[in-house]
Design a protein around this ligand. Structure first.
Ligand SMILES: Cc1ncc(COP(=O)(O)O)c(C=O)c1O
Length: 447
């Protein structure tokens, strides 16, 4: 049966959308981005409907969050049931079954032979903050390694680790002391060389910078933790060579530092693996989760080896973190992801990548296509040889696609991230590719 989306009945933003946008713009903080004028009324699976009756195919899932699709009936039922029992009692001070059940589930699910322990948060950035405290408390050391291109959140500790876009840091300093940024091994465009298109070995360049840091500025045995996204998210959906992550695994083993994988965007089935650490076959000491974990309900997690989660009673807690409704949503989400959506992400991702590579054959401005499962990046360049980013094109493509009923989202300097709900099927992929093709053809950068 043909799907009832995408379906544009009124060019967006329609009149109802405009009224809401005006109120929002009058009263909401000016710091919000608002990519394009989408005003949501409801969603179902991979479909989002706006307040004027337009229906869109969602290829961004609210920044890789609506993992099980919008308002999956099983997740909604779990939320309703939990909400009918109690909304809050505070996990820091008291006990309840969904909290214990989720901690147990995550502790067993996250890879690695050692037993794990779990701390639940309300967001990704809080998971990062907690992990900064944890690695310092555990090692009694001050320093942290983070990477260029990284995005870990918007609170002070997390922005101290960020190095993707200057807007996240400008005027917010001074930042956390003891944070050292090093290059991320981007196989497409070396972060170290001045002419990224000519570098033959971005991995060697990245490692050389790390070695220089430890020779000249900070001793390895004073590093508390290394925070890495195993696949860069906001920084451009970059998959590093496995050897890069293994280098940091070996470094942490050799010097007693804690390896933290920020899987807030890449975790919970998105890559076709439950965790990106399984895709790259490198096991961290700590895994951070949020985004897709509870299908859109606010929940994050620090999952650490028991031998690392050594902070003492009362040293860290949260009023809301791991509230019963979010825990119920997460348990239902994990059931769905494990029972088929993770595998679907792998299958659909293969079809999506194939289709995008065909598009790259047609559009000169596509410089690179890469990804795993339904975490796929497309980079736009002015010139394939120099790899000069085609800045300004991505917002245009987003706008044109939006007008045609496809929701996209940019990342990095000139990339689109394709991160649909994990429920998409072959028809959705074909539709999305068709609209993306048209949008690339029609997008024009203002002179
Ligand atoms: C890799 C990564 N870490 C951390 C965060 C911060 O998560 P939150 O926005 O829930 O605080 C994000 C959010 O985009 C992310 O992609």
């Amino acid at each position: 049966m043909a799907k009832d989306y995408p379906r544009i009945v009124t060019p967006p933003p329609g009149p109802n959308a405009q009224r809401i946008i005006e109120r929002d713009q009058r009263y909401a903080s000016p710091s919000y981005i608002k990519e394009y004028p989408l005003v949501v009324a409801r969603g179902s699976g991979a479909m989002v409907e706006d307040v004027d009756g337009n229906r869109y195919l969602d290829f961004m899932a609210g920044i890789a969050v609506a993992s099980t699709g919008h308002s999956h009936p099983a997740v909604v039922a779990a939320i309703r049931e939990a909400a009918g029992k109690f909304l809050h009692i505070c996990s820091t001070d008291f006990y309840y079954e969904p909290f214990a059940a989720l901690c147990e589930r995550l502790a067993r699910l996250v890879p690695g032979p050692e037993p794990k322990r779990v701390f639940l948060t309300n967001s990704g950035t809080e998971a990062v903050e907690g992990a900064i405290k944890l690695v310092r408390a555990h090692t009694k050391r001050p320093n942290i390694i983070a990477f260029r291109g990284a995005f870990h959140g918007r609170t002070m500790g997390a922005i101290s680790l960020n190095a993707s876009k200057i807007k996240y840091r400008r005027h917010f300093g001074p930042f956390l002391p003891g944070v050292y940024h090093l290059p991320y091994a981007d196989p497409y465009a070396c972060q170290v060389c001045r002419a990224p298109g000519t570098c033959r070995d971005p991995l060697a360049c990245a490692i050389e910078e790390a070695e220089a840091l430890f020779r000249e500025r900070v001793a390895p045995d004073e590093i508390a933790g290394v925070f890495i996204e195993p696949i860069l998210g906001e920084g451009g959906y970059v998959i590093p060579p496995r050897e890069f992550l293994q280098y940091w695994r070996d470094f942490c083993d050799a010097h007693g530092a804690v390896l933290v994988f920020d899987e807030i965007q890449s975790g919970v089935g998105r890559t076709g693996f439950m965790f990106a650490s399984q895709l790259v076959d490198v096991t961290p000491d700590v895994t951070l989760l949020a985004k897709g974990l509870a299908s859109g309900m606010p929940l994050g997690a620090i999952v650490a080896k028991e031998s690392v989660m050594t902070w003492e009673r009362g040293t860290h807690g949260s009023t809301f973190g791991g509230n019963p409704v979010c825990c119920a949503a997460a348990l239902a989400t994990l059931d769905l992801i494990e029972d088929g959506l993770c595998a679907n992400a792998g299958r659909m991702g293969t079809i999506l990548l194939r289709g995008l590579r065909t598009l790259a054959g047609k559009h000169e401005c596509i410089g690179d296509v890469r990804g795993a499962g339904l975490m796929v990046g497309v980079t736009f360049v002015k010139d394939r040889t120099t790899k000069e980013p085609f800045t300004g094109l991505v917002p245009q493509i987003e706008r044109v696609a939006f007008g045609k009923g496809l929701l996209l989202l940019g990342c990095g300097t000139s990339s689109i991230r394709i991160a649909p709900p994990l429920v998409v099927d072959e028809e959705d992929i074909a539709t999305g590719l068709r609209i993306l093709d048209e949008a690339i053809t029609q997008a024009r950068v203002p002179a």
